[in-house]
Write a protein that binds this ligand. Structure first.
Ligand SMILES: Nc1ncnc2c1ncn2[C@@H]1O[C@H](COP(=O)(O)OP(=O)(O)OP(=O)(O)O)[C@@H](O)[C@H]1O
Ligand SMILES: [Mg+2]
Length: 403
């Protein structure tokens, strides 16, 4: 289970060692067969993201006998099955299409050595968890002790970590680079207090100052994405949009136009929040703030990638965004960003307690197994202090002393 900030290179961090281990082992050259038995299965939550991972896998395996294949919804199943049957060592897929092709008997899982869940906390939340459980139990996937399961994300809420343990070997390794769930340090974050009626004017003002620099604008609904994109086009900002109700062809076209700079503004829903690696994205604007802090961290992580700097501006509407105020303050201060006084006041007023109290809704976490160890000992303060000092968690030590 590995956690590192957005844009830090997690894709290569799992692809390269896996490909290298396959090359060193006895991987069979891919060839046409009616039943393909890949050594690696990679899953990710969105079509665009899994395609990006596939393209990276294809790049890194170029000139080797290893053949990656990608399968995802919204495109012809027949074409994708034909691609799989040509030979498949690394099968990349979104959950629905992957299960569909496996159920059709075209793919056997008995030779899987590596199962990778990218954006693992999303893959194990309520939406995808049943599919993931089916993937590891309903077919001939080797048991968790007989395969290596790898999970990657910039965020790992504790409840998801606990669930993730079901998929991992009992003594799995938890690797965290930097702060788990923290925002990328290369993104300059600004929060503006803007009510819903002023948002459009503020956006126009900001986009006018930005000029032609690549900008992603996040909104909360598909309808609003269409509406805002049309509005910006009318105002002469070349804009496109991506959301779940657009045809796959339109989604790919939108990303292509944004990547090429033909449309330097992309209005997006959560579908584009995670994993997408688009060069030269200098700005992220949260026209609507998301409801969870993890989603915020992923969204602003579309800029400031791979050592580049980026800017994120978020519109905070006190009528709708109070529930994220407290964790937002924490993420901003952890990333040494300026925290507006009015936001601190909202955060405080919303809960009537200190927003630094980690007993509130979990916004990020450490390795959850260490936390449960402390809870086990929590009746005896001496032992608590001992265990806390072992894991050097001053914050938790303080918390338990308070309790
Ligand atoms: N060692 C490296 N040297 C230079 N560039 C790198 C290196 N490793 C990765 N990159 C580049 O960094 C960028 C970000 O990588 P990647 O998409 O894997 O990040 P990530 O950690 O998965 O981010 P996210 O959490 O948003 O999914 C990519 O363009 C990738 O090609
Ligand atoms: Mg990634």
């Amino acid at each position: 289970m590995a956690c590192a900030q957005t844009g830090s290179g997690k894709t290569a961090a799992f692809l390269l060692p896996i490909l290298e281990m396959l090359m060193r082992g006895d991987v069979a050259a891919s060839q046409f067969k009616e039943l393909q038995e890949p050594e690696v299965v990679i899953v990710a939550p969105t079509r665009e993201l899994i395609n990006q991972i596939y393209l990276e896998a294809r790049k890194f395996s170029f000139g080797t006998i290893i053949r990656p294949v990608v399968v995802y919804g919204g495109t012809s199943t027949g074409h994708q099955i034909r691609q799989v049957l040509q030979g498949c060592n690394v099968l990349c897929g979104t959950p629905g299409r992957l299960l569909d092709i496996i159920s059709k008997g075209k793919v056997g899982l008995s030779k899987v050595q590596f199962l990778v869940l990218d954006e693992a906390d999303r893959m194990l939340d309520m939406g995808f968890e049943p599919d993931m459980r089916k993937l590891v139990t309903a077919f001939d996937m080797p048991s968790k002790q007989n395969r290596q399961t790898l999970m990657f994300s910039a965020t790992f809420p504790e409840e998801i970590q606990r669930m993730a343990a079901d998929f991992m070997k009992t003594d799995y390794l938890f690797l965290a680079v930097g702060q788990v769930g923290g925002a990328c340090g290369d993104v300059h974050q600004t929060i503006l207090q803007v009510d819903q009626y002023s948002k459009r004017n503020k956006l126009i003002e900001i986009l006018t100052n930005i000029g032609i620099e690549r900008t992603m604008v996040f909104v909360d609904t598909k309808r609003k994405a269409d509406f805002l994109a049309a509005f910006l086009c009318q105002e002469n900002f070349p804009t496109t949009s991506i959301h779940g109700d657009r045809e796959q062809r339109e989604r790919e076209q939108a990303l292509g136009d944004f990547r090429s700079g033909k449309c330097p503004v992309l209005v997006a829903t959560a579908v584009a929040a995670r994993g997408l690696d688009i060069e030269h994205v200098q700005h992220v604007i949260n026209f609507d703030l998301p409801s969870t802090i993890d989603e915020y961290v992923h969204r602003i992580g579309r800029t400031g990638r791979c050592g580049n700097v980026g800017k994120a501006i978020s519109f905070f509407d006190s009528n709708t965004d109070l529930r994220i105020a407290r964790t937002l303050v924490k993420v901003l201060s952890d990333a040494q960003q300026e925290v507006p006084t009015w936001l601190e006041e909202f955060a405080f007023a919303a809960y009537g307690t200190s927003y630094h109290n980690p007993l509130g809704k979990v916004f990020a976490s450490v390795d959850s197994r260490k936390v449960s160890l402390i809870l086990y000992f929590n009746k005896n303060l001496k032992e608590v202090i001992h265990v806390c000092s072992l894991i050097q968690s001053i914050q938790l030590l303080r918390l338990f002393c308070e309790c």
